[in-house]
Ligand binder design. Structure first.
Ligand SMILES: *[C@@H]1O[C@H](CO)[C@@H](O)[C@H](O)[C@H]1NC(C)=O
Ligand SMILES: *[C@@H]1O[C@H](CO)[C@@H](O)[C@H](O)[C@H]1NC(C)=O
Ligand SMILES: *[C@@H]1O[C@H](CO)[C@@H](O)[C@H](O)[C@H]1NC(C)=O
Ligand SMILES: *[C@@H]1O[C@H](CO)[C@@H](O)[C@H](O)[C@H]1NC(C)=O
Ligand SMILES: *[C@@H]1O[C@H](CO)[C@@H](O)[C@H](O)[C@H]1NC(C)=O
Ligand SMILES: *[C@@H]1O[C@H](CO)[C@@H](O)[C@H](O)[C@H]1NC(C)=O
Ligand SMILES: *[C@@H]1O[C@H](CO)[C@@H](O)[C@H](O)[C@H]1NC(C)=O
Ligand SMILES: *[C@@H]1O[C@H](CO)[C@@H](O)[C@H](O)[C@H]1NC(C)=O
Ligand SMILES: *[C@@H]1O[C@H](CO)[C@@H](O)[C@H](O)[C@H]1NC(C)=O
Length: 849
């Protein structure tokens, strides 16, 4: 009996030991925890199983306040499903993760603000600690998200973030990891999900090159890291399911670029490998398959950097990791560039091919950069290396910025309110407003005193000064800037009705527009732009019109559309395409313009079967558009910069009168105390002012440059960028300029012109174009000078024509008819607007893509 019993017990023991072993083993191997906070279910997301923390679980325990759970329903992220619930706490909440083996772990905290009773998520404020390391301090999640969106909006991108994921890399174990969530007194906190992912030790090296210095030891064993940015440069966003080793998210880089046009995307997805097999955890191969490379340096002088700019927390050390993979060149010494981090050289003479030991091989480089307490941005720039003769276009595949903990802290001290502005900023603003108000009140009283004194004196002397101040005088553009600001502030919900109904002409009904365009018949479409399509239409009375219809929900289009309305509703000039009216029924945004029967200037130069324009017609078209531009630049106190001067934006009416169109990119000029407007570079390649491109500072002289390119295009009748031509001819501006500098422009002009122009006029014309293309804006003429000079050129040519005619037909009467209408500079004030009005409505608009 006892033998049997002993055997039975032995068996039992065995089974017990086996189970303990299995459980123990299972826990020791538990390399990741995926917790869906406040949920009672397990959910499959991004290929992994997330376990709700309401179901009992031995290895994840909660202590402290009996947290309530909240159901939320926000967001469109991959994680929307697990963001539906959250844990809310108004006292300390501890998450304890048991059975962690020693090593490095990514700890990701997911936050997705929501609305629940008795809690305003805009006011939540809490701190997070991990085993004593401070990860966040009194953080307001809604404010952090709003701040991210503000930055995106300021760079012209869609602000779409509705959730926040904070990623930390912590050395931890063996044993347990405690995450403590501590609400600020009187406030509360929340968390939607927590993930803990084991990280390969090879992800970071202990010693790293300091920017501008020697190697430093990072001391990662005792330091925490926060991931600030992780970008798949030149490629799409990669979600966790594309990075199956570590489930990281790689964002796109465009919104961090200082000048978006400076880089183009390159891609090759065949046979990409890691240069070192050990590097496979560093980044998925997808990151190396795409890259961004300096754009068009074949044709632009290589005197610019391709730059990214990041907001960082001051007074921390950063680790910048750059990923490279040579996708194009297959030799050493073909692509050599310089890497700058915060304006210091991090590496010179950098050759990806040489570093990686071949093409299509991914490598990375780490740089250590301490950011001082005075600095809150980090610049990463790649540029030409002037120390080597032949330098190629810089290229970058991926970029990561990590913040290293300092004295047990990783948290930033800035807080953002729910509008995304830093709290100290808004406090300062209030102080300044108060100070300002105080000063204003004092000034007001002083002024009042002076006024009273003056009035008394005036009464006594009874002098009448009204002659000095003619009544009714008022600058035409008084309100341009205000309304631009208003249009921005309304964020797209601009109502045409209220904007400027009085200045915008007639209001059309949608039925009228439908009738005029045969219900937006595609056969009547004459152009497509960023905002939508342009149609030719005919009103009941037979008037031809051009109709620009915004695609609904096109954010970018909407912004340009608004600019166009604001600009055009205040501009009336014979050489600007005029607005006839608008239609805003049923959420449509439709603008009605005069119809420009002869379409774009470019269509008459090349690429179509239209008969070539004569030299005189070309000169007149240039003069017309110069007049329009001159009016834009000088017609208002601050002037308006067109920003997109090109031959497809110069339209010709039935009499070949040229008019400028497309004010979607226009900007009000600099105010008195500034010499330029800082702005992201927009415009069209081939016409783009290199100085604007380099310095991002917009002046009227950028339009002058583009106009210079138009002048060369008009005389050479070829595309401004033609990649099929030999290298030195690709860019018209460079090519034509080199011929002009040799005083030999006639050898490259349109063959249709040969023999039909006055050589002296061409010579002068070339000189004007050359001046317009001066490298520095200050050496370029004003638009008024260009206009005057072009008129002079036309006179020379007409005199020559008269001479030719006189010799050929002995008839001078025709020549008299052809004499220029006037020889004065165009008026720049109100009078000029009366010159135009709606008198030439028969004509029309064409639009360029
Ligand atoms: C407990 O949670 C961990 C981490 O999310 C999970 O891997 C494990 O399967 C859970 N255990 C049970 C019994 O649900
Ligand atoms: C969670 O689900 C379990 C059974 O699946 C149930 O016993 C428990 O009451 C649930 N808890 C809550 C808070 O809904
Ligand atoms: C939470 O964890 C911290 C650190 O481990 C500990 O000091 C604190 O007492 C814990 N609080 C509760 C309520 O368990
Ligand atoms: C902005 O959002 C709109 C619609 O939501 C989309 O059509 C457009 O492409 C987005 N623009 C950018 C730059 O992402
Ligand atoms: C991609 O790289 C492979 C291997 O070097 C090469 O054969 C192929 O032509 C490249 N593809 C493109 C589109 O450049
Ligand atoms: C890609 O790699 C495979 C195996 O290494 C090789 O057979 C193939 O030729 C390579 N293709 C190209 C285009 O280099
Ligand atoms: C590129 O940036 C660095 C650092 O800001 C600067 O020193 C250098 O002059 C720039 N190069 C060019 C060509 O603009
Ligand atoms: C770095 O250079 C950029 C322009 O290239 C400038 O705006 C920025 O202020 C500079 N930063 C520092 C720290 O000098
Ligand atoms: C939170 O703040 C945002 C922006 O200031 C505001 O739009 C929203 O209505 C606020 N939410 C609550 C619940 O107050």
């Amino acid at each position: 009996m006892s033998k049997l019993r002993k055997k039975y017990l032995e068996h039992l023991l065995c089974v017990l030991i086996f189970f303990t072993y299995v459980i123990g083993y299972g826990e020791a191997q538990s390399k990741s925890f995926l917790v869906d906070c406040g949920s009672n279910t397990t959910t499959e997301v991004d290929g992994r199983t997330w376990v709700g923390d309401l179901s009992p679980n031995k290895s994840v325990t909660l202590q402290g306040f009996d947290a309530i759970t909240a159901s939320t329903s926000k967001g469109s992220s991959v994680y929307a499903e697990i963001y539906k619930t959250a844990r809310v706490f108004d006292a300390v909440l501890n998450y304890t993760f048991e059975g962690i083996t020693q090593g490095n772990y990514f700890v990701r905290l997911h936050f997705s603000p929501f609305a629940i009773e008795n809690h305003n998520v805009n006011e939540s404020s809490f701190s997070v600690f991990a085993d004593g390391l401070r990860l966040m301090l009194d953080i307001n999640i809604a404010g952090e998200i709003a701040h991210k969106n503000l930055i995106l909006e300021s760079t012209g991108h869609n602000a779409t973030a509705s959730s926040l994921v904070k990623e930390f890399l912590l050395p931890t174990g063996p044993g347990k990891l405690v995450l403590s969530f501590i609400p600020e007194k009187g406030s509360f906190g929340f968390v939607n999900a927590i993930e803990i992912v084991s990280v390969d030790d090879k992800l970071f090296k202990e010693s790293v090159t300091k920017v501008g210095g020697s190697e430093v030891e990072l001391g990662l064993g005792g330091r925490g890291i926060e991931t600030m940015y992780r970008l798949n440069v030149g490629g799409p966003k990669l979600g966790p399911s594309k990075d199956l080793k570590l489930y990281r998210t790689w964002e796109t880089d465009l919104s961090y670029m200082v000048i978006e046009n400076a880089g183009v995307e390159v891609k090759n997805s065949s046979n990409i490998t890691y240069a070192l097999a050990d590097d496979s955890p560093v980044a998925p191969l997808l990151v190396y398959e795409t890259a961004r490379m300096m754009s068009n340096t074949e044709v632009l002088e290589k005197r610019f950097n391709i730059s990214w700019k990041f907001e960082v927390d001051p007074n921390f050390d950063y680790l910048v990791r750059l990923h490279f993979c040579e996708l194009l060149v297959d030799k050493q010494n073909q692509r050599i560039f310089r890497i700058y981090i915060n304006n210091q050289t991090a590496a010179g003479n950098f050759d990806i091919f040489a570093h990686a030991g071949g093409k299509n091989k991914g490598i990375y480089q780490d740089y250590f950069d301490p950011v001082s307490s005075k600095n809150d941005v980090l610049w990463i720039q790649l540029g030409p290396d002037s120390s080597v003769g032949a330098s190629g276009d810089a290229l970058l595949s991926g970029l990561e910025i990590f913040k290293l903990s300092k004295n047990g802290n990783l948290a930033h001290l800035i807080r953002f309110d729910s509008t995304g502005h830093s709290v100290s900023d808004s406090k300062m603003r209030i102080i300044w407003i108060s100070v300002g108000a105080g000063i204003a009140i004092i000034i007001f009283f002083v002024f009042l005193g002076i006024l009273v004194v003056c009035l008394c004196k005036k009464r006594r002397s009874k002098s009448d000064e009204s002659k000095n101040n003619p009544p009714g005088w008022r600058p035409l553009f008084l309100h341009v800037n205000n309304s631009t600001a208003n249009a921005k502030a309304t964020g797209g919900s601009l109502r045409l009705n209220t904007l400027a109904a009085s200045t915008m002409g007639r209001k059309f009904t949608l039925a009228e527009i439908r009738a005029a365009t045969k219900n937006f018949d595609d056969g009547l479409a004459i152009g497509v732009g960023g905002f939508g399509k342009v149609y030719r239409g005919e009103l009941e009375d037979g008037t031809l019109i051009a109709i620009k219809r915004a695609t609904p929900h096109s954010q970018q289009g909407l912004a340009e559309f608004e600019t166009e309305i604001v600009m055009l509703s205040r501009l009336r000039h014979r050489h600007l395409v005029s607005l006839i009216g608008f239609c805003d029924e049923h959420n449509e945004m439709i603008l009605v313009y005069e119809y420009m029967a002869n379409g774009t200037l470019r269509s008459h130069l090349f690429g179509s079967n239209l008969p070539p324009l004569s030299w005189k017609q070309r000169l007149e078209a240039c003069i017309g558009s110069a007049r329009g531009l001159h009016y834009l630049h000088t017609g208002s106190e601050r002037g308006i910069i067109h920003r997109d001067v090109k031959t497809t934006n110069i339209l010709l009416d039935e009499n070949f009168v040229a008019k400028m169109s497309d004010f979607g990119l226009s900007k009000a000029g600099p105010s008195m105390d500034h010499t330029h407007v800082s702005t992201a570079v927009k415009g069209s390649f081939g016409y783009l002012d290199p100085e604007y491109f380099r310095r991002q500072q917009l002046t009227e002289k950028s339009d002058v440059y583009s106009f210079g390119v138009v002048l060369f295009e008009a005389v050479c009748a070829r595309a401004v960028i033609n990649p099929t031509l030999p290298k030195d001819q690709i860019n018209l501006a460079e090519w034509a300029l080199s011929w002009q500098k040799q005083r030999n422009l006639e050898s490259i002009i349109d063959s249709n012109l040969r023999g039909n122009y006055s050589p002296e006029s061409l010579e002068k014309y070339g000189e004007i174009a050359e001046k317009c293309l001066a490298d520095e804006g200050k050496n370029r003429p004003m638009m008024g000078e260009v206009l005057w000079s072009l008129e002079y050129v036309l006179q020379i040519h007409e005199a020559w024509l008269r001479k030719q005619n006189g010799e050929n037909s002995f008839s001078s009467s025709q020549a008299v008819e052809e004499a220029p209408e006037s020889f004065t500079l165009p008026a720049c004030s109100n009078q000029d607007s009366s010159e135009t009005e709606q008198s030439q409505t028969g004509s029309a608009l064409h639009n360029s893509a």
